[in-house]
Write a protein that binds this ligand. Sequence first.
Ligand code: ADP
Ligand code: ASP
Ligand code: MG
Length: 437
Amino acid sequence: MKIYKFGGASVRSAEGVANLCRIVKGEQGALFIVVSAMGKTTNALELVLEDFIGGNTASALDRLHEIEQYHREIMAGLLHQGEDFSADGISAGTNRVGALFSELGGLLAAASKRDDYDSWYDRIVSYGELISTTIVSGYLAAQGVPNRWLDMRRCFVTDSRHREANINVDRSTLLLRQAVDAFPEQVFVAQGFIGATPGGCPTTLGREGSDYSAAMAGYILGADSVTIWKDVEGVLNADPRLFSDAVHIPQLTYLDAIELAYSGAQVIHPKTIKPLQNKGIPLYVKPFLAPDHAGTLICGRIDTPIGVPILILKQRQVLISIRPKDFSFVLDESLPEIFSVFNQYRQKINLIQSSAVNLSLCVDDSRYLERVVDTLQTGFRVVYNKGMELLTVRGYDDASYRRFAGAEGVYLVQKTRRTMRVVRLAGLSGVSAVVAK
Ligand code: ADP
Ligand code: ASP
Ligand code: MG
């Protein structure tokens, strides 16, 4: 069996879904397809949630209506794609999608207790993937690709760390294998990004988490390979939207890919690589607009060295300096206490630098930042700078060192033998070759 993962960009329009179908039709053997929410639907559902939590039900329903319109346009567009579609298949799908929107609308209108942001997030935002897979599954069927839609809330059992849940491998193995074995179809359509607690509460796996879903499905089903279909040639040495001189990398080791993903390269979710590495399953990153292109192969050993520095830019960063009020040594006595506060608020730490009495941390800007700072301020003096970005250069050379470390607006530079990291002010002109997003 192969795993194919299609992200939001690949299914953002009727043409995208039709293209997915062409790729799937080109595959002969058993296929497990993991699909994200269409286009920017997850962002849109996050705004629905903000209104809902704020008690603004009317606005939440208006936003939901816009999301429904967007999906209906895609379904209408699909009626005109391909030659041998069956209108019945499409209209059955349309009814199921309508039912999902009604269900979500009902939830938004009825709920009176709206205090648990994280668990409401998962209940509401998970609809993005339920809807996209329903459309994809219906269209594939209409195009003569028999397939089975799987509800991943019944296949991936997770812990209850809402918004950032972890998949329980043992329990999920049993359920996913049972689900796949129960059906004669060769093609399965599954949601990325979602699962459920043992009690059945929906959970999500962290933003961009569909890659992680695909990797875990690959691991559990012992797949021959996992392919992530993207709007780029494969993995490049930098985000082409940010660095105009980015070049394609044909092969990467699992280790390089983990470093790249963990440092913030949006192209792969950080949790994707480990499960595949553990079973030696190759991961391909390929362009959905040119399926015959070799893309990038990520595996244990590579034939061609990378040859260029890899640049990863993490935006919306905050540089925090923490100093114990009593001037105790920060590394000796305060670390566990500081880290537990960050952990409590799921605030990711991306870089750490310490001196005797000072700890500098570069972290993602998030809705919990103020609370983290407030909590820490009881025992520590805390100052922070927002509006920063973290640039990681893996395999840096003299030229990249000069280009980035010595530039204006740099607050902190860290170097190991292979990797250089720079915390700098975001959006400064002349800092680098960064172009606006
Ligand atoms: P998906 O549709 O799968 O969610 P994303 O938009 O999240 O896709 O990821 C694809 C984007 O990742 C590309 O369009 C590109 O701008 C960005 N990207 C960031 N870093 C890299 C990199 N090193 N190589 C390729 N693409 C990258
Ligand atoms: N739809 C989710 C997101 O946008 C998951 C994913 O796309 O991987 O974060
Ligand atoms: Mg994405």
